[in-house]
Ligand binder design. Structure first.
Ligand code: MEV
Length: 312
């Protein structure tokens, strides 16, 4: 009997989180040291799932799994398989709720594994529509960025719902540090909407400012201007903090990174917990920044080279 397999990986947003929900562009890249693998096999009986969160019939899975459950149902429906006689296993090391795209990565791996099991080739658009469906349940009004970034194999520019490869001539290292605290994308997205409602003029200026930083950073990346990219990251952090999506713990990691010589640092993803990213010139610098962020409370730190042609 056949086994269907699918994989997807984590992502980091370099520029544009939150602003992207309001129509601004964003830059993201795969964090492919962290991934999710899903497998689908025949198993007579109820549709069941094996994962470190829950193992048992999918119909009885906890609330936390309502989004992957909806993705599984929609994907099975799309490929013409009934909602039974299957066991779906999910394993991965993308930490949950840390702004690294775990929900989109799980959904992406599930959709690929189900299509593979059924022997159906989904178009890119069909694949993304199924992942987006899960993201809508996970946090309300997703921009679609996470769905695309967790399926991409290089840095992407995301605008008006479309992701395309972003050329970069910048060589640097991105240090990603996990605060160990769960991020709250849904609450953070709602808080930004409330800010826009309460202070429409200032809110619109901040959102447009974040979009302009993404635009400028794309040019800097293409021209190999690592220092300017870093400076824009720190400016973006100031705006994200004003919008209310940072936290004292994230600010402490960011301050530690810049004091240790990072070119710039900011939160990544939904914020209010989760991860921060710092840009450094090279691996030697990354080691110093890594140690400083651990001393300031980071529980896990990854180093990710940014290649000169956008390969991450
Ligand atoms: C979450 O990783 C990124 C946000 O911009 C939400 C979204 O784009 O849907 C906060």
């Amino acid at each position: 009997l056949r086994t269907g397999r699918g994989v997807a990986h984590a992502k980091v947003i370099l520029f544009g989180e939150h602003a992207v929900v309001h129509g601004e562009p964003a830059i993201a890249m795969p964090l492919d040291v962290l991934g999710v693998r899903a497998t689908v096999r025949h198993r007579p009986g109820e549709l069941s799932v094996v994962s470190d969160l829950y193992t048992g019939p999918l119909a009885q899975a906890p609330e936390l799994m309502s989004s992957p459950r909806a993705v599984v149902h929609a994907a099975l429906d799309r490929v013409g398989l009934p909602l039974r006689d299957l066991e779906i296993a999910v394993v991965g090391d993308v930490p949950h709720a840390r702004g690294l795209g775990s929900s989109a990565a799980v959904a992406g791996a599930l959709v690929r594994a189900i299509a593979d099991y059924a022997g159906v080739t989904l178009t890119e658009a069909e694949h993304l529509a199924l992942v987006d469906l899960g993201e809508r349940l996970a946090h309300g009004t997703p921009s679609g960025l996470d769905a695309r970034a967790t399926s991409a194999d290089a840095m992407v520019w995301f605008e008006a719902g479309v992701a395309r490869r972003l050329a970069t001539r910048t060589s640097a290292v991105l240090v990603v540090a996990d605060s160990g605290l769960a991020g709250r994308t849904r609450t953070a997205v709602a808080d930004v909407a409330a800010f826009l409602e309460r202070r429409p003029v200032r809110g619109a200026a901040l959102i447009a400012g974040l979009g302009a930083l993404a635009q400028g950073a794309a040019l800097d990346l293409a021209a190999g201007r690592a220092e300017q990219v870093g400076a824009k990251m720190s400016q973006a952090q100031g705006m994200l903090r004003e919008l209310g999506v940072s936290s004292p713990e994230l600010d402490a990691l960011i301050d530690a990174a810049t004091a240790a010589g990072a070119l710039g640092a900011k939160l990544t993803g939904g914020g209010q917990g989760g991860c921060v990213i710092a840009l450094v010139r090279d691996e030697a610098g990354a080691v110093v920044v890594d140690a400083a962020m651990r001393a300031a409370g980071a529980v896990t730190v990854w180093h990710h080279p940014i290649g000169p042609d956008g390969a991450a």
